[in-house]
Design a protein around this ligand. Sequence first.
Ligand code: IMP
Ligand code: MG
Length: 187
Amino acid sequence: MNSAINEPAQFVTVNNERFRVFITEEKIKTRVKELAEEINRNYAGKTPILIGVLNGSFIFFSDLVREITVDCEIDFFKLSSYGDAKISSGNVKLLKDLNCQVTERDIIIVEDIIDSGLSIDFIKNLISKQNPRSFSVVTLLYKRDCVKIDFKVDYIGFQIPNHFVIGYGLDYTQKARNLRSIYILDK
Ligand code: IMP
Ligand code: MG
């Protein structure tokens, strides 16, 4: 097979703004496997519920869950915070609640990206009230200069600078979620 076919486009343009490739599909794949291996080790003999945060985490979630080898269940939250902007509105709204019971269960929240940390803080508060047996968070991306939370994120795919990124589930005005690599605003 011609390997050039699998090379990601170096640049994409969304809403007339240029983004350059930042984390390739291949690097994401390797890291997702490593995260899953860590989770498999830590949850051996348990049956965690993996809870994806829609919409952004849908691709990461489905890739991660297929690398999980312990018995697990899944569910989803849907939150909104960004609207169509590149900066968080600072307002977290719950658009879809869980269908499962989290009391006395091992909960793993699956996020695409933690930016200000407002969303994950909101979720932690919501879940804590229902007394889970354990609570942990896995996020593919973590904006290290931005996050303001007072708890530890257990599994981090990549720590990234405070720049806007798209692709692999992450959107810009609902577009670009389908890109296979992660792209960063090319300033
Ligand atoms: P937080 O509440 O500020 O931590 O933001 C969390 C949510 O905002 C994420 O789950 C994403 O859906 C979205 N978000 C944060 N940063 C970015 C970005 O750089 N690109 C696209 N979406 C983002
Ligand atoms: Mg999200």
